[in-house]
Design a protein around this ligand. Structure first.
Ligand SMILES: C[S@@+](CC[C@H](N)C(=O)[O-])C[C@H]1O[C@@H](n2cnc3c(N)ncnc32)[C@H](O)[C@@H]1O
Length: 434
């Protein structure tokens, strides 16, 4: 039987992605041995799209059709970024994707020209912001916004990091530490794993580590979670027997950390618009019994009489801090989405705050660093809610965390080389009224 050309599935997934529908990479119906290459090609082409087009365009006389461009991107990605596939296999398998003989000849000719040129001639270090945007495949509007916020040098670093493959970060589930108590055991399970840089129970393993079939994962001994995201529950600082409102909780990554810090004692009232099945699976795997899930659209007010000791809003956002993991986001986002997200985040906040007890804590977090979703949110919240004050996080954390705590008290980091995702977290205290 002839072996299936995996690039055909990649081609269809990429066409779907171009039309705004993301390929379901994990659940794709593929033989197991092909899943790795499928993911590599799909994510690689999406991650390096601008750069690949820049290279391809040097060898074109006129604009190709969308299908032909996609085929050329698949071929160019293999030629420029992968070492293990022989040239003849790249050319043969990629050319097969074209339909008419004239298109096959065209694809073959362009890919041969790219392969004939020494690779390093395509990889000249960029100098201007426009070059940086192309070289690291970050949309120019985004790079321009980052430059206004971060300055040129940090923008270049952030573009470079955002274009890499993320490490696999994990958190030990302290509700079930028996088998993963020591660093040695982690290192045995994940070769090359290193301890996190900010908080305890956090580890980074190489990005290609497979974990989902390990006994330790199935039995809930660890959770896949970036260390910056782990900061959220530490900032919330939930205590055993408290009542917590966890808004935008699906699939329960932060819920599970909150529950662990509460030693699985108390009550976590979780809200999200998504269906609960994955959330319930996660809680069961991790041995959590105090999280109760309610499906609700937070753009509508809550029909709830209760108030809570602590409220977390882990809001939907522009995700600039996690583009390494979700490169498709950079192509489907536009500048005006930031205003829309800002309105969503404020509306959610307005629906949650009536349910915060006097003397209670409100934490807002987003995996991004846009001005609209971070500093503007603080400013608007303090203006609209005079009974809230912004707490300074510095006294609560050790020295190594402090470099990410701004002098007015919030936590913010852009994606870092040591594995941290970009994140923003702020904490408000509600006055005890007289
Ligand atoms: C950043 S994710 C939350 C991640 C989650 N806290 C965790 O740690 O696993 C944002 C969540 O907001 C939810 N969301 C978006 N719009 C919503 C809405 N209108 N009402 C309720 N939930 C919403 C999404 O379903 C998504 O799960």
């Amino acid at each position: 039987m002839q072996k299936k050309n995996i690039r055909n599935d990649v081609f269809h997934a990429l066409i779907q992605a171009e039309n705004g529908k993301l390929p379901k990479i994990n659940r794709h119906n593929l033989p197991r041995e092909d899943v790795g290459l499928f993911k590599e090609l799909c994510l690689g082409v999406i991650r390096h799209k601008l750069f690949l087009d820049h290279v391809i365009d040097q060898f074109l006389k006129k604009k190709p059709s969308k299908n032909l461009r996609t085929i050329l991107r698949i071929g160019a990605y293999q030629l420029l970024f992968l070492d293990k596939i022989p040239l003849h296999a790249i050319l043969f398998e990629t050319v097969q994707l074209a339909k008419a003989q004239s298109e096959k000849n065209f694809v073959n000719a362009v890919l041969r020209k790219i392969s004939a040129q020494p690779k390093k001639t395509f990889f000249n270090k960029p100098k201007t912001l426009q070059d940086i945007s192309t070289y690291y495949s970050i949309p120019l509007w985004m790079a321009e916004k980052w430059q206004r916020l971060l300055g040129f040098d940090l923008t270049e670093t952030t573009c470079e990091i955002s274009n890499c493959v993320a490490p696999l970060s994990l958190r030990i589930n302290t509700l079930k530490t028996e088998s993963l108590e020591t660093e040695k055991q982690i290192k045995t399970l994940f070769g090359g794993a290193s301890e996190g840089v900010l908080v305890e129970h956090s580890y980074n393993a190489p990005s290609n580590t497979s974990f989902s079939t390990t006994r330790e994962f199935k039995e809930g001994h660890f959770v896949i979670q970036n260390e910056a995201s782990q900061m959220v529950a530490w900032v919330l600082d939930p205590q055993p027997y408290e009542s917590i409102l966890d808004a935008c909780a699906h699939p329960g990554v932060k819920t599970s950390h909150i529950a662990a810090l509460m030693k699985n004692m108390g009550d976590i009232y979780c809200l999200d618009k998504k269906k609960p099945s994955l959330f319930h699976d996660n809680m069961e795997r991790l041995g959590i019994t105090i999280a109760h899930y309610h499906t609700h659209d937070l753009l509508k007010p809550l029909q709830l009489k209760k108030t809570f000791d602590r409220v977390l809003l882990d809001a939907p956002c522009s995700c600039w801090g996690v583009l390494r993991k979700h490169p498709e986001i950079k192509w489907r986002q536009s500048e005006k989405d930031l205003n829309h997200l800002q309105t969503t985040q404020k509306t959610m906040r307005d629906h949650l705050l009536p349910h915060l007890k006097n003397g209670g804590v409100f934490v807002y977090s987003v995996c991004t660093f846009s001005q609209e979703e971070t500093l503007d949110f603080i400013e608007d919240t303090l203006k609209k809610y005079p009974d809230l004050s912004l707490e300074n996080l510095e006294p609560f954390f050790p020295e190594r965390v402090k470099k990410f705590i701004h002098k007015s008290g919030y936590f913010m980091c852009t994606p870092q080389k040591d594995g941290l995702d970009g994140f923003f977290i702020c904490r408000f205290l509600k006055k005890i009224s007289a």
